[in-house]
Design a binder for this molecule. Structure first.
Ligand code: SAM
Length: 262
């Protein structure tokens, strides 16, 4: 059974990573700044995707620090980006250095993984005492529409977006992980756990809408094949998602921090 519902080799991945970068890098960078990321820090970026956060970290830690950017499929990361070492790596199973990092960051990675609690344990051991973990994770269970052309559009949006979340949950992910991550980190022995949440409005046709489109198109055959929506409904969803009279609440992203105890 696959352990990641999307596929970095798919053409929709370009849009997914571009959307995530434009929508959420500003949030991630603010949270990293609040943790005091500075010159000389040694950082691990887990599931780095398109690599934009790893590149920002490399600039922040400078030549005396280091950034290791991993992904189970790192093909979308620029392996020649200055200051970033890119590695193919499964956070649940592959070796990690012990007490090697001042900071570990992962955005929208553990949400997908049946082995996310094991990954938390392993990240904790990979941190230096006092080192920080920052998780940026969606709570997909909170996804209200702020405006819609009509009631049928609301139902269609809920059917497709809910179907995508169901596919994540069906293979052992937790699409509401954003609301569960802080408790899980406390259970795994992280100290000073705290969370800040972020959301905004996304009109139809905006970068946020393109994130929904990329995700839904990549799993279209599963949504239709499992009878979650019909092919006609899926086509109508693609029209709806570009309609500016639709205004979605963005995904609610919890930025959850905690540190390995001294
Ligand atoms: C939704 S994308 C997020 C990418 C990036 N973190 C961002 O926010 O722009 C999830 C990423 O996690 C990676 N991934 C999935 N399973 C993984 C695993 N077991 N270990 C490491 N990375 C994994 C995927 O290949 C993908 O690049």
């Amino acid at each position: 059974m696959p352990e990641y519902v999307f596929d970095n080799s798919g053409e929709q991945t370009v849009d997914r990573f571009a959307a995530l970068e434009s929508l959420y890098d500003k949030v991630t960078v603010a949270r990293l700044g609040e943790l005091g990321v500075a010159a000389g820090w040694h950082c691990l970026e887990v599931g780095g995707g398109g690599g934009s956060v790893a590149r920002w970290l490399a600039g922040a830690v400078g030549p005396t620090g280091s950034v290791l950017a991993t992904d189970i499929d790192p093909s979308r990361m620029d392996s020649s980006a200055p200051g970033v070492t890119v590695r193919q790596h499964d956070i649940v199973t592959d070796p990690l250095p012990e007490a090697g990092f001042d900071l570990v960051h992962a955005r929208l990675v553990l949400l997908h993984l049946p082995g996310r609690l094991r990954a938390l344990e392993r990240i904790r051991t990979a941190l230096k005492p006092g080192g920080w973990l920052l998780l940026d994770e969606f709570d997909c269970s909170y996804l209200p529409l702020l405006a819609a052309p009509d009631e049928a559009s609301r139902e269609l949006f809920a059917a497709v977006s809910g179907g995508v979340h169901r596919l994540i949950d069906d293979i052992g992910g937790d699409s509401a992980w954003g609301r569960n991550a802080l408790a899980a980190m406390r259970d795994k022995g992280f100290a000073d756990c705290a969370s800040t949440a972020y959301c905004e409005s996304w009109p139809g046709g905006s970068p946020g809408a393109r994130l929904h489109r990329a995700n839904a198109v990549q799993v279209r055959d599963q949504l239709v094949g499992k009878g979650i929506v019909t092919a006609e409904q899926f086509g109508a969803f693609l029209d709806l998602i570009d309609d500016p009279s639709l205004v979605m609440n963005s995904y609610l992203m919890h930025s959850v921090r905690g540190r390995r105890p001294e």
